[in-house]
Design a protein around this ligand. Structure first.
Ligand code: UDX
Ligand code: ADP
Length: 459
């Protein structure tokens, strides 16, 4: 039998790591990752990958050139493949109907049209990007209406549940793999074929098969539930600050209830990342579209609470720094939306930095994985902006600063990783620390002489 060929369109945070894992686990499958972004493809062929993920480089190196390939030849990749994954980005629409809420499907549609145009043999087309419910149906309609006679397509929904920063372990040991397919004999066959790829390393009882719409909706719902937990604990953090309770203690106590569980109860400056906000807004848009305004309002509140949490953090800095940060230097530690990634999409740090800049603060920003250019771009400022400097390490950022704001929970900011006593010496006095991730020991820092604040503690 011929070697099974997989093509993945989109070499980003989802497509790259997922295909690296599949090719590592299935040496008998030829995996080609294609992207129209030539610079990105070029970078995937070096040891300086465009995506930072612990363990990713090792995995790529094992398979690259053996059965894992990167290419800009999108059409050729499609033509040769038996299974095509669509892993392109689906940002929130910024224009027209549904602007600010609905998913922009132009990249997905472009892929579907190209697949229809260039395919010469039957294909299984897999939606991997997070898409609104019923998108698979639209993809199928495009494929069926514009493909040559005799070429048949099966569309599957196979959402990715990996979290950035832990992508490689999530892919290695997924809680579940979800595959949605058409309810027909051909649909079942296609589902079985994709399942057999995952079966090489994922136990059978972790592979769930559903109809397409359940699969699509499960992805949105999983992200909505996870984000809802964070907004719930963040809502309680505001009450903790007002009452003297401690949100980490509350989270610990409620998390011991097996019905609640301990995960996703970490109060912070609000969730970021490319998925949570986008998927909830998508859900809200769908509910509105289907005439369910109460359901739409319910979920919209999760995003509003997240905005509130970001605003509250900025307000706390302002209130504490005697109501003004104008011309004060603030060290910003961490810009990525969480640790162990170089991704800054929807990072709360962007909102917080922009607000501080509006208040005329001077920011000295340090992140171990995010480059200067990316920070400038996200903040919408030029490299010569006098208000923003990029530091090479946390100490440089904090030198002569009035305050430090910890915005990402990188391990190198923890108490055991840094000499906080000498940091204190190098700062303006009183020296403030605002821990937006609750990773440092507030009491120990106070004893040293810092004025330290964390999220969800009133004292
Ligand atoms: C999320 C989902 O977890 C994943 O299953 C899906 O495939 C994509 O979206 P991701 O956005 O990569 O993954 O990271 P995640 O770990 O979920 O964190 C999202 C945001 O929530 C981060 O900003 C993180 O700092 C924040 N967060 C997470 C909290 O504030 N508190 C928590 O307890 C957990
Ligand atoms: P995600 O987090 O969903 O993986 P990314 O933005 O990291 O999103 O990656 C999506 C990738 O898809 C980008 O590198 C982009 O260039 C690529 N892409 C988008 N549309 C197409 C297309 N029609 N053909 C090839 N690549 C595409």
């Amino acid at each position: 039998m011929d070697m099974l060929k997989i093509c993945c369109i989109g070499a980003g945070y989802v497509g790259g790591p997922t295909m690296a894992k599949i090719s590592q686990k299935c040496p008998d499958i030829r995996v080609t990752v294609v992207d129209m972004n030539a610079a990105k493809i070029e970078q995937w062929m070096t040891d300086d990958l465009p995506v930072y993920e612990p363990g990713l480089l090792e995995c790529v190196k094992e398979a690259r050139g053996r059965n894992l390939f990167f290419s800009t030849e999108v059409e050729q990749g499609i033509r040769e493949a038996d299974i095509i994954f669509i892993s392109v980005n689906t940002p929130t629409k910024t224009y027209g109907v549904g602007a600010g809420k609905a998913a922009d499907l132009k990249y997905v549609e472009r892929c579907a049209r190209m697949i229809a145009e260039v395919s010469e043999s039957d294909k299984i087309v897999v939606e991997k990007s997070t898409l609104p419910v019923r998108t698979a149906q639209s993809i199928k309609r495009i494929l069926d209406s514009s493909s040559p006679d005799g070429v048949r397509f099966q569309v599957l929904s196979n959402p990715e549940f990996l979290a950035e920063g832990t992508a490689m372990t999530d892919l290695e040991h997924p809680d579940r793999v979800l595959i949605g397919g058409e309810t027909s004999a051909e649909g079942d066959k296609a589902v079985g074929r994709l399942a057999s790829v995952y079966r090489r390393w994922v136990p059978a009882d972790r592979i769930i098969t559903t109809n397409i719409w359940s699969s699509e909706l499960s992805k949105l719902t999983a992200n909505a539930f996870l984000a809802q937990r964070i907004s719930s604990i963040n809502a309680i953090s505001a009450l903790c600050e007002a009452t003297g309770a401690n949100v980490d203690e509350v989270a610990h106590a409620i998390g011991r209830d097996s019905r609640i569980g301990p995960k996703f109860l970490k109060s912070s400056i609000g969730f970021g990342g490319s998925c949570f906000q986008k998927d909830i807004l998508n859900l809200v848009y769908l509910c509105e579209h289907f005439g369910l305004p109460e359901v739409a309002h319910y979920w919209e509140q999760v995003v509003q609470m997240n905005d509130y949490q970001r605003r509250r953090f900025v307000t706390r800095i302002l209130d504490t720094l005697f109501n003004t940060v104008s011309d004060k230097k603030i060290a910003i530690w961490g810009f990525a939306f969480k640790k162990d990634t170089n991704d800054t999409r929807e990072s709360s740090a962007i909102y917080i930095c922009k607000s501080l800049l509006e208040e005329q603060a001077h920011l000295s920003i340090y992140d171990p994985r995010v480059g200067a250019e990316q920070i400038y771009r996200e903040l919408g400022v030029d490299a010569d902006c006098a208000q923003v400097t990029i530091a090479k390490n946390p100490c440089e950022a904090a030198r002569d600063a009035h305050a430090i704001a910890i915005l990402t929970e990188w391990d190198e900011f923890k108490m055991e990783s840094l000499d906080y006593a000498s940091l204190l010496d190098s700062m303006q006095k009183p020296a403030f620390i605002f821990d937006g991730r609750n990773i440092v020991d507030r009491k120990a820092l106070r004893q040293m002489g810092f004025e330290a604040y964390s999220v969800g503690t009133g004292d």
